[in-house]
Structures are given as structure tokens and as C-alpha cells.
Design a protein. Structure first.
Length: 478
């Protein structure tokens, strides 16, 4: 079920229609609702198992008059009044109004979920932890487990219990952030990149070469870890114009940036793993050979490449109707793929303008040209005229991201890296790593403050953000 569609489906009888306008309309009416905190409202806001409505969804649906299915315009017109009509009502009969429940993070469809003062135990002797306050010993042990991959030594724990302090926790975290468990190959940060890189051993080049060596994703992993560690600006994962080598030493793994021309790469590493985009056209991991090879491949209009960049680095999945910001006059069917059809146009009016800046970067090949693969080629679109139609000659390189025009992929990367979506998605990666799930409703306020601080106070430094994260109530209260 598409997260973005929770309220739209609640208001539309069968056949249910996707409504990308629903989340923003709901949050505009009830901006204090917890589902509006860390992203799109979840389906459970209005559903049990979609399309079945829960108590709140049914109550809301009853306020909408008119034949179904509703148009977007009818839905947008009806929603504010429907929400106003049910905000003070009590769908689950627990004595608390619907809007009040959603504002504090409880469910208006579950009588057992309602605001109230919990009773804290007077003593922690029975459970071993202070479950109502920040428990420093709990945090000290959790930091070692999460960031060092092990419990603190018996002596270290004894010393801490004798004199517990936030300073000792800070020191432990700083030390753990330098361990192989955290930064080494197959370490915690390394594995955070899996979803972004999507490795496939059978076509890997370089070390551990596969049967059909097309690119070396170890370059991508090393680059990702480098940008996330050492008090570096994490935005360079999208904007950097260098590559990174993983170097193993007796003291552990280090990551060293490098710049070489394509010719020097050929000479040093051979064609298999060589990085071939010149320095002036590099945009972090977006222009790494593996990313271009595995996403663009032979495609003239590499929509898969843009969609993966949007998903992996900005946390927005167009296949789930997330992050749709239609551009006027789009889509234009340059490659004759039928993107202007009614069932396609809504998504492609966002996706295609996102894609245009990627169109000058070669994947494996394609078209009729003989350009160097995995490189920048300003004439690439023209080589696809014979394959995809004459419209390819007019295919632009300029596009639009988050409503902002961008001239090329370098500008695309800058807009992306400075966006709220990038900050939120970066924090969400680490939050899920440490908690095993997205923020719960009661954790939304702390989550939002953290990603906003990541952009400002922390200056996009992941390690600074992690030092702040372990001080939150979400992390520190058992």
C-alpha cells in the first residue's frame, strides 16, 4: 500500500484511486498531526488493511458527499470541511477527540491507545533500568553495542557506574566511531550503502572480479564511508568531484581521496574498474561508474537512474507516489515511450524533468555512437535518434528538482544535497540502523529537530549528528 495514499483511499469508495494530493492537503489542514512529522502519513491513519477503513477513516468518509470516485479537485474541496467535522468527534469512544489523539501520537481508531500519564515505578531494582528517565548506564552500554559492536569491558562498566557522566559517554562514542566495526569493510557505515549501491558480485570488476566485470562497487562503498566519517560534509556524497580508495593498514582501514584522469586510470587499474567521468563533470556517487552502469545501462532517457538517485539519496520513491512535484508542460515524450498517456503522465511530469540532467552520462553503451562508456558525453542524446525517434535530438540537459530549475547534473546534485529531503533521509538511515525502525509518533519531534540541526548546527557532519542523537530521549530512555 502506498503510504502517500492513506487519506485519499479513506475518502474514495471503490474503485480506489491514487491521490498524491492527499498527504499535503491533510497536513495543511492539521499540521500538528503526528503523521505529518517525519514524512507521509501511514496507511494505518485511516485503514486497517487497505482498502478497509478503520474507525477514523469510516467517520471521515461519512462526511464526504457525492458520487465516487472523486476527482482531485472534489477531494481537495471536501477534505478541510470533513476534517473540521470530525476533529472533535471520538471515533474509538475512548473519551479523547480525533484531532487530539493524532496530535499526541495515539490512534483515534483504537480505544486502548489514548493519551494519559504513565505510572513510573518508584524503584528500578526489579527491571534494572530507569524506564522513565535518561539512564546513563543504559546509554553507556548501548553506545558500545551500537557503535563498537560489543559490550563495554567489565572494568570500563564498573568505572562508569562509579562515576557516571555524559562526558564519559561522549568519549566512548568518539572512540567507537573510529573502530573497524563502524568504518571498516562490511562495517556498520559500509552496509548503510547497500541500498544505494545494490551490489552484484557476478558483474563486479577489480578485487573479487565476477564473470562479466563491468564496474567496481568497492569504489562506491569507500566513497560513501569517507563522506560519512571524519567530520566531513556528508553532502559530498552527491557533490564531490573526487574518488576514494580503501586502504587497509595494521592500524585499521583508512580512506584516501584521489583524482586521476581517465588515461591515468586505464594505465593504473585497467579498463575493468577505471572511473571515466572527468573531474569537471563529477557529482559524487551519481557519476560513479557502478551507478551509471547498473542504472543507465543502454537507456537514452535514463529514468531508472534518476528514480534511484531520488530514492536512495533523498528518500523519495516515485513508484510509491512520493515526492511528486509536477512540472508544467511535462512530460514531453522525447523517446516515444508513451509517457503522456493518462495513467503515466502524473508520475512522469515529475520524473522526466528529474531525469534530463542524467541524459549526457554514458552507461554501458547504446544508440549509434562510439563514445567512451561510463563518461560524460554532451552529444549522447543525438546518438539515440535512430533508436528512440527524432525527438531525442531535442532532449534537454536542463531539468527541474523540487520546483527549482537546474542546468545540469552538477546543479541537480547541489539542489538535492541542500534540500530538507537529503537531511531527513540521511538521518533516517542512521535512525533505522540504531533503532531498527522509523521514528515512532512520540519520537517525531526529536527526529525533526535532529535533521534540522544536521543542516545548521551540525553543518552536515554525520558524527556531530550522532553525538546529538545519543542525547535524545528516544535513545536514552530504556
Amino acid at each position: 500500500m502506498l503510504r502517500w495514499m492513506s487519506l485519499a483511499l479513506a475518502l474514495a469508495a471503490a474503485p480506489a484511486l491514487a491521490r498524491p494530493v492527499a498527504p499535503s492537503a491533510f497536513c495543511a489542514a492539521w499540521p500538528d498531526a503526528t503523521p505529518c512529522g517525519a514524512g507521509p502519513a501511514d496507511c494505518t491513519t485511516c485503514h486497517t488493511a487497505p482498502p478497509q477503513r478503520n474507525l477514523f477513516g469510516a467517520q471521515l468518509d461519512a462526511q464526504i458527499a457525492g458520487a465516487r470516485p472523486l476527482t482531485d479537485a472534489q477531494f481537495l474541496m471536501a477534505l478541510p470541511a470533513a476534517l473540521a467535522a470530525v476533529e472533535a468527534q471520538d471515533a474509538d469512544g475512548d473519551g479523547v477527540g480525533n484531532r487530539e489523539e493524532l496530535s499526541v501520537g495515539t490512534s483515534p481508531s483504537d480505544a486502548l491507545s489514548k493519551p494519559g500519564e504513565g505510572k513510573c515505578p518508584e524503584s528500578i531494582e526489579n527491571n534494572g533500568w530507569d524506564v522513565c528517565n535518561r539512564d546513563l548506564t543504559y546509554v553507556f552500554r548501548k553506545v558500545h553495542l551500537d557503535f563498537c559492536g560489543r559490550s563495554p569491558s567489565r572494568d570500563a562498566l564498573g568505572d562508569f557506574k562509579a562515576d557516571p557522566s555524559e562526558a564519559a559517554i561522549e568519549a566512548a562514542l568518539a572512540a567507537c566511531l573510529k573502530t573497524e566495526y563502524w568504518i571498516g569493510r562490511d562495517g556498520a557505515v559500509w552496509n548503510l550503502a547497500n541500498r544505494k549501491i545494490r551490489p552484484l558480485a557476478s558483474i563486479k570488476a577489480g578485487e573479487g572480479e565476477g564473470d562479466i566485470p563491468l564496474g567496481d562497487y568497492f569504489d562506491d562503498y569507500a566513497y560513501f564511508v569517507y563522506t560519512q566519517t571524519g567530520d566531513r560534509d556528508a553532502r559530498e556524497v552527491l557533490t564531490g568531484n573526487y574518488f576514494v580508495a580503501e586502504v587497509r593498514t595494521d592500524k585499521g582501514t583508512v580512506y584516501e581521496p584521489w583524482n586521476r584522469t581517465a588515461d591515468a586510470e586505464f594505465e593504473l587499474r585497467g579498463f575493468g574498474p577505471a572511473q571515466l567521468v572527468n573531474m569537471q563533470r563529477r557529482a559524487g556517487m551519481l557519476t560513479h561508474r557502478w551507478f551509471l552502469m547498473s542504472n543507465t545501462m543502454f537507456t537514452g532517457v535514463p529514468r531508472t537512474t534518476a528514480a534511484q538517485a531520488y530514492r536512495a539519496f533523498l528518500g523519495l520513491d516515485i513508484s510509491r507516489l512520493e515526492g511528486l512535484e509536477p512540472v508544467e508542460g511535462e512530460p514531453v515524450d522525447y523517446d516515444e515511450k508513451g509517457v503522456q498517456e493518462a495513467e503515466c503522465a502524473r508520475c512522469h511530469s515529475t520524473l522526466d524533468p528529474l531525469t534530463y540532467p542524467f541524459t549526457r552520462y554514458e552507461g554501458i553503451g547504446g544508440g549509434t555512437g562510439r563514445a567512451l562508456p561510463f563518461s560524460y558525453n554532451g552529444n549522447r542524446h543525438n546518438t539515440f535518434v535512430a533508436v528512440d525517434g527524432p525527438g531525442m535530438a531535442d532532449l534537454p540537459e536542463a531539468g527541474v528538482l523540487f520546483g527549482q530549475p537546474v542546468a545540469n547534473l552538477l546543479e541537480w546534485a547541489q539542489v538535492a544535497a541542500n534540500s530538507d529531503a537529503f537531511a531527513r533521509a540521511t538521518l533516517l538511515d542512521y535512525w533505522k540502523l540504531l533503532f531498527g525502525e522509523a521514528p515512532r509518533p512520540e519520537e517525531t519531534a526529536e527526529f525533526d529537530q535532529l535533521w534540522q540541526d544536521f543542516k545548521t548546527t551540525h553543518e552536515y557532519r554525520v558524527e556531530r549528528m550522532l553525538h546529538a542523537l545519543v542525547k535524545t530521549e528516544a535513545y536514552g530512555v530504556p
